[in-house]
Design a protein around this ligand. Structure first.
Ligand code: APR
Length: 248
């Protein structure tokens, strides 16, 4: 693996416009569940169509409301891991499928959330942003049109936010290096974005514990965990045992 690390470091050393494309695995070392990992993935215990679709929300919003507030609370209690901090130190523009805020709390200042955020809420119908209280046992109603306030996340069957999509396309059209971390690459259309950079001949580093749908795009594939490998690429190896200490 040391050859792969050296090759990845070489790509990063030359990069002037680095983009990172991340998924749930990025936050796994912060204690947050991924979606599809065997045994531990969220979708192993929860039916995505029952908890992440607009139809389920229309049918029975209360359990979804409670579930997303639970996930928001877990994200608030989690800490950015050395992987988040390293992407920030590398100055990477981040395009993430994640709805937690760990990239921002890890120091990244340019983060595109393709699938929304646990920390944003809006009216189900008129989309007016909601910045009021959010309690598990009561779904607020929009002061403008009276409809239910919903989590500001993208559910199955919904389109991705156009402004974030356009920003992601623009970043990938000008990137001179791409790091893919912590995504299985199975959910479209987000998973199609890295191909925009690869098709331009941009060097692609993938950091993953196991091969993914995006591995064929990788110039260099480094096997391992985000919280271990990323600091290693930045020459500041930070064993996970010291993670969340804020050292980097
Ligand atoms: N470091 C790096 N990668 C990891 C780690 C880790 N510590 N732990 C797990 N992984 C990898 C897994 O091997 C897997 O390839 O992270 C990936 C997580 O894949 P998914 O669970 O499918 O998550 P993701 O790719 O982000 O899902 C995309 O699907 O359900 C929707 O909206 C949801 O944004 C999500 C989208």
């Amino acid at each position: 693996m040391t050859d792969m690390i050296a090759a990845a470091r070489g790509i990063l050393a030359d990069a002037q416009n680095l983009v990172a494309f991340t998924g749930a695995g990025m936050s796994a070392d912060s204690g947050l569940d991924t979606y599809r990992d065997a045994q531990t993935g969220l979708w192993k215990n929860v039916d995505p169509q029952a908890m992440a679709s607009i139809d389920a929300w229309a049918r029975d919003p209360e359990p979804m409301w409670r579930w997303y507030l639970h996930r928001k609370s877990r994200s608030e209690k989690a800490h950015p891991n050395p992987g988040h901090r390293t992407l920030a130190k590398l100055g990477a523009h981040v395009i993430t499928q994640n709805i937690d805020n760990l990239h921002e709390r890890g120091g990244s200042t340019d983060v595109v959330h393709l699938h929304g955020s646990l920390f944003e809420f809006r009216c189900t119908i008129c989309s007016r942003p909601w910045r009021g209280a959010t309690e598990p046992d009561h779904i607020p109603e929009c002061p403008l049109c009276g409809n239910l306030i919903r989590p500001g996340v993208v559910w199955f069957g919904e389109g991705l936010p156009p402004r974030e999509w356009d920003k992601a396309e623009q970043l990938l059209s000008t990137a001179d290096a791409l790091i893919i971390v912590g995504t299985s690459g199975v959910v479209q259309p987000a998973a199609g974005l890295p191909r925009l950079a690869a098709a331009r001949g941009v060097p692609v580093i993938e950091i993953t514990p196991q091969p993914t749908e995006l591995t064929p795009l990788a110039t260099v594939q480094v096997t391992g965990r985000a919280g271990d490998i990323l600091p290693n690429l930045f020459n500041i190896y930070q064993p996970l045992s010291l993670k969340n200490t804020g050292v980097i």
